[in-house]
Design a protein around this ligand. Structure first.
Ligand code: GDP
Length: 474
């Protein structure tokens, strides 16, 4: 009953937004100004409802995070590294920072699923390659803490490539997710079945919360990096409330994503601040909220060309066009660029709302990290951040994931061309949300592919056995 209540409360907010997307793409802006107020007022009431069991959810979620992190620490710090079962992950994927971090995150969840200590081999990491220190194997520890205090050595008595979790092999080398065969059941978007009931009750996107915890552990900053993050945050005068905008252009546009002007992002920024204003009015708070935007981008010209119009409308942008310059392809793998992409992801994850393209791993990483916030403070902050975004393109996904399915809770009959039919209980493989009230997917029963109203389906959360969460054998 509790799980149904929590899920239903979240569905209510989600479907109000689906209805809003449906209307905003069909009606003109003067019709929408009344509807926007209606919608924000409804969302305010839902906030009031969710307030009721806030403390309980927070304490349960904190317990879950503590348990997960204790298990991670135990696994990563075995008593005897010589005899520990190990999984080796190579940090040599020829792609950007977000892509590489997601590769490590996939290795990490495989380590949890197979109960093996993860050993990261980072000596051919392309970032920061000019800063190799003598006598260390790792460029990684220039920016991050090592993944273990006791076990960084990948040697063992027996060794092989992945052929499944063969207990007789001490050291297993993991390929990239796309070439992993046989494919184990624990790959994304699966969550550990041992955490599943709690997590599905407590959070709107259990997988993102789970991977967020893992990413947070992986990205624990080194002393040097921590100092850089703090110094930059002060220098930028970063404060909340703030909306994070990530505009990914350069090499991404036309290859893996479409061009979007800053105005497309700012539409959702304005919507967010209008909602804050309405909430404050309902709470009888007088203060006028400053419209702050943290802008991260790999396109420096946005700073000189596109932000002006919005500055004149009263928005204040923080960020640094110098950082954008370090993001260009020619500079991307320098040490400064590495520090700056970590800074951008870190600060994006600390924003109150994200507006970006989920086709970019930069923004997906920030969104994952965002989910871990709010648990270790007494202050009454948001704890379920699953709805704190607008993506201009994809829905959340994890590169190389297994199929992402939904279940029909209402039947659907085609009304317009390009739509699909389904019956209650049909499984729909979701490919995307068009952010106009309709999603695109494949009916796995009829093999029809096309559009359907998003409110007629719910997520099918996949679970898998993760060995690390089992009690030790006696
Ligand atoms: P994707 O290509 O956008 O999916 O993400 P990746 O992280 O795999 O590769 C893009 C790379 O471009 C990043 O890792 C950065 O090196 C650089 N980059 C892209 N956007 C930004 C940004 O907003 N800020 C900074 N500092 N670098 C960026």
């Amino acid at each position: 009953a509790l799980q149904t209540f929590e899920a239903s409360r979240r569905r209510l907010a989600f479907n109000i937004n689906e209805l809003w997307h449906h209307l905003r793409t069909r009606l003109n802006s003067s019709q929408m100004s009344a509807i926007n107020e209606h919608r924000n007022n409804l969302l305010f009431e839902i906030e009031q409802i969710s307030d009721r069991d806030y403390e309980w959810r927070k304490s349960e979620l904190r317990k879950l995070a503590n348990y997960l992190n204790r298990k991670i620490n135990e696994l990563q710090n075995p008593k005897d590294c010589k005899t520990a079962q190990k999984l080796v992950c190579q940090l040599n994927k020829g792609c950007g920072f977000g892509c590489q971090l997601h590769h490590v995150a996939y290795c990490f969840l495989s380590a949890l699923a197979t109960q093996r200590t993860l050993i990261l081999d980072s000596h051919s990491w392309r970032y920061a390659s000019q800063r190799v220190r003598k006598a260390t194997n790792s460029r990684w520890d220039l920016v991050f803490q090592p993944l273990s205090d006791t076990c960084l050595d990948d040697s063992g008595s027996t060794r092989s490539h992945w052929r499944g979790n063969d207990r007789h092999v001490q050291v297993i080398e993991l390929p990239i997710i796309d070439s992993l065969r046989p494919r184990p059941p624990f790959l994304p978007l699966a969550i550990p079945e041992q955490l599943s009931t709690k997590l599905q009750t407590l959070h709107g996107d259990p997988f993102v919360w789970f991977i967020g915890q893992i990413v947070r552990y992986i990205m624990r900053p080194s002393k040097e990096m921590q100092a850089y993050l703090e110094k930059s945050k002060t220098k930028l005068n970063f404060k909340t409330p703030i909306v994070g905008v990530h505009v990914r252009r350069t090499d991404k546009v036309g290859t893996e994503a479409s061009f979007h002007s800053l105005s497309e992002y700012m539409y959702f920024v304005e919507d967010y601040y209008n909602r804050i204003d309405l909430f404050n009015e309902r709470l009888q708070k007088q203060e006028k909220v400053e419209r702050l935007v943290y802008l991260a981008t790999d396109e420096p010209s946005i700073w000189t060309k596109e932000v002006k119009k919005y500055q004149n409308l009263g928005y204040k942008f923080i960020g640094d066009s110098g950082i954008a310059k370090t993001a260009s392809l020619g500079n991307r793998y320098n040490f400064d660029s590495l520090k700056n992409i970590i800074l951008d992801i870190w600060l994006l994850s600390e924003c109150d709302h994200l507006v970006c393209t989920f086709s970019s791993q930069v923004c997906r990483l920030a969104y994952e990290l965002m989910q871990t916030r709010g648990l270790d403070t007494k202050a009454k902050t948001k704890i379920d951040w699953s709805d704190a975004f607008n993506s201009l393109d994809d829905i959340y996904y994890f590169g190389g994931q297994s199929e992402h399915n939904q279940i029909a809770v209402l039947s659907h009959k085609v009304r317009e061309k390009d739509e699909i039919n389904f019956k209650v209980g049909d499984i729909i493989g979701i490919a995307g949300n068009h952010w106009n009230g309709y999603s695109k997917g494949l009916n796995r029963r009829t093999l029809e592919s096309g559009l359907y109203p998003g409110f007629k389906t719910i997520e099918q959360v996949k679970t898998a056995f993760f060995k690390v969460f089992d009690e030790p054998e006696k």
